[in-house]
Design a protein around this ligand. Sequence first.
Ligand SMILES: NC(=O)c1ccc[n+]([C@@H]2O[C@H](COP(=O)([O-])OP(=O)(O)OC[C@H]3O[C@@H](n4cnc5c(N)ncnc54)[C@H](OP(=O)(O)O)[C@@H]3O)[C@@H](O)[C@H]2O)c1
Length: 249
Amino acid sequence: MKALITGASSGIGRDIARALVCRGWDVILVARRAERLMELKEELGKHAQCVRCDVSHTDECMKLHEVLKDQDIEMLVNCAGFGICGFFTETSLDKEMEMIETNIRAVHILTKLFLQDFMLKNKGYILNVASIAGFFSGPLMATYYATKNYVVSLTGAIYEELKRRGSNVKISAFCPGPVDTEFNKVASVKFSSAPIDSKTAAAAALDGVMQGKLYIIPTVKMKTLKFVKRLMPDKAITHFCYTFQKKKR
Ligand SMILES: NC(=O)c1ccc[n+]([C@@H]2O[C@H](COP(=O)([O-])OP(=O)(O)OC[C@H]3O[C@@H](n4cnc5c(N)ncnc54)[C@H](OP(=O)(O)O)[C@@H]3O)[C@@H](O)[C@H]2O)c1
């Protein structure tokens, strides 16, 4: 069994790679920082290979699939992603375009290409790392939340299509709240509520995708938040999100 993991050089992706190897999988580690990938490859030994790839470039995503499509990959983990914080009129347009390329476009391309392969074999797993943010509008992190809404929505639609076609292929959206990784450093934010560690997050994500869950939400607090959203008007929820996000700055 072999899995391809984007965003494997750090945080959740790195711990998903470690957990998969513990569960008997071989892993293909993908990210931009080659030295980080090499360190992890050394740790994981013969079970790992690494491919340096900037998934924000469409041609690099296409090449990644082209080079690896004959390797009998059974799991795709779309984990590469990042966020930025600030009023929408003040955040960098260039950085937001890069975020949309990474958090949306790369997920879209890789999901389609590998899903087509998995459908032919009628087996495989796709784990799209979204966020609890994927169920909300997020003032002060507007673009990041919007990218995760895309991932949740796309995954939900594909899940239903697979079910209707009687496919054995599984697809899940992993939707955690705060996880202790390098995410905050990259986004220049701090936690406004206690994070879980990325090892716990990784284990929950893998258990969930193997069980065929659509949404994998690893804590009771975040499950409650999603439930409460159903009971409150959208504007009130977004008002609450602003207060929550403001504490992160
Ligand atoms: N931490 C949280 O609180 C949290 C909560 C919910 C969801 N998430 C999601 O979890 C995922 C992983 O984030 P994390 O928390 O583990 O943060 P992280 O420690 O900063 O890891 C982000 C990973 O994404 C990779 N990456 C970013 N841009 C890339 C690009 N253009 N091409 C290839 N790889 C790229 C990074 O590798 P390189 O820099 O080496 O390329 C790194 O391996 C993200 O999608 C994030 O939105 C995080």
